[in-house]
Design a binder for this molecule. Sequence first.
Ligand code: DGL
Length: 283
Amino acid sequence: MSIGVFDSGVGGLTVHRALVQRLPQADFIYLADQANAPYGGRAGEEIVDLTRAGCQRLFAAGVGLVVLACNTASAIALRRLQQTWLPGYRASLGRPINVLGIIVPTIEAATGLPWEHEAERRGEKVEALDVLGVFSTPATTRSRVYEIEIDKRKQDLAVFSEACPELVPMIEADAGPVDLAKVVETHVEALKTRIGRYPDRAILGCTHYEIVADMFRAALPAGTPLIHQPQATADSLELYLQRHPELDPGTGGGRRFLTTGEPGPQNGLVESFWGGPLRFEAA
Ligand code: DGL
């Protein structure tokens, strides 16, 4: 079997790269749903349907495990698919399969606590409050997933989200660095105005934003810690595979890159992030 990595577009490559570094022998198939990107402005039902279709495409290509390298799909679709679709689909395929998201590992990294941990609500006054800024797509921001899940675990961490609707389309369309940096700065300043100060740390809660992480670093006060989803996801996947030997990730070191959009080379911004040419096959 192999591991599938799914995103609406090229953002999931940031996670894919960390997974490949961690599991170099494993076989990977990446699927970008570029025909339907961006997901962030879509209605919830559409995001669920598109995510299900992406997973089905990857399972049809032989993967045993799909990592949703997309916050929007993880926040909006994952639980629904795990509850209502995956058990029946698994039975129909007659082999072990699963779908994992990237919100759980990100929240574990942000809180330093395991997912199972729930804060005791003692009603005590919280003395010191750290402020966490989350930059994400409109759909992820609307879901309030980071606010809700972090509040359950850590009440001394206040979460403020900022939706950045322009960034995914700009990154997919190879926008120039000056325009991208301007948009990033605008959103960092908007978040600062809303909080009343800069956040103490930040999550780039859309995998596309990792491609412009340097611009977020430049717009935030020097040294603001960023929680890195690719790293957190790689840590978590490695442990998951140890606990689930039935989901054999393969040993051939295979790498395939599929797109529902235009096959061929990816744009310059992506190639400079990737460090070389990258060709996608038609999905
Ligand atoms: N990379 C996806 C994410 O992490 C982008 C979603 C979109 O297409 O808007 O949310």
